[in-house]
Write a protein that binds this ligand. Structure first.
Ligand SMILES: [Zn+2]
Length: 247
């Protein structure tokens, strides 16, 4: 049930979603893995949208070079734990939000425990090794996963419904010894994770509400510099070692 304050706060979107829609958001829980360029945007917009419960994971600390894009952090936060700063800022933004913040490395044990307990998972990571682990856990536990990745002016978004759509491994088979993943510092302009993070939140909202078109079985590629937006269909790999047995 929404309080009178919540009905006032969300008035502009209740006009679109109805009270029922807003209540669906309040009853929902979302896990966001990574609170960097994508994750700070994703968690902010989910908190302001009125999602009921948010779970955040990041074991990093705020660095000065994060501050071109990681918009939950300020100059005075440099050196502090990302999870604890993010939690404090999000709590100030929305006191009704149930928040769980983990300043821990996302490993299999923590991952299975957290994924099991939420409705939707958002990939806001910056490396394929952890992303593949997250994909595997979401497939195993049959949880929808909204993926985004960014670099430079480029980004991609896809929504994975285990058993229905391709999983991330079907789309991009990854071997853990890939050289490209070894602690490479990526170049990125702040607007790229900003836009892609918002697209991830739009996917989450539509999945919860059961409305509109989502990127299930599709991948959206964006080249912001040349202003190209392209949607490609992606197919399940019948031999995929991660999802071939999932119906
Ligand atoms: Zn697969």
């Amino acid at each position: 049930m929404l309080s009178p304050q919540e009905i006032e706060r969300y008035d502009r979107q209740i006009r679109l979603l109805g009270i029922e829609g807003q209540e669906k958001l309040k009853k929902s829980s979302v896990l966001v893995v990574g609170i960097g360029g994508l994750g700070t945007v994703v968690t902010t917009y989910l908190a302001y949208a009125g999602i009921g419960r948010l779970v955040l994971v990041d074991d990093g600390f705020v660095e000065l070079s994060n501050l071109n894009r990681q918009i939950l952090y300020a100059e005075g936060d440099v050196g502090k734990s990302k999870a604890s700063v993010a939690c404090k800022k999000l709590r100030e933004a929305n006191s009704k939000l149930v928040l769980e913040c983990y300043a821990q490395r996302f490993d299999r044990d923590l991952g299975e425990r957290l994924v099991k307990d939420v409705d939707i998972v958002v990939d806001a990571l910056d490396n394929w090794e952890t992303r593949m682990l997250l994909n595997e856990i979401c497939v195993k536990l049959r949880k929808p996963l909204v993926h985004a990745g960014v670099e430079g002016w480029y980004g991609q978004v896809a929504t994975i419904i285990p058993g229905k759509t391709p999983c991330l491994y079907c789309i991009r088979p990854y071997k853990s010894n890939e050289k490209r993943d070894i602690k490479k510092t990526i170049s990125v302009v702040g607007v790229t994770p900003g836009l892609l993070g918002i697209l991830e939140v739009a996917e989450v909202l539509k999945l919860i509400l059961g409305i509109g078109e989502t990127l299930q079985g599709k991948m959206l590629f964006i080249d912001l510099l040349n202003l190209e937006f392209k949607v490609f269909e992606v197919k399940r790999n019948p031999e995929c070692p991660i999802c071939k047995h999932v119906q």
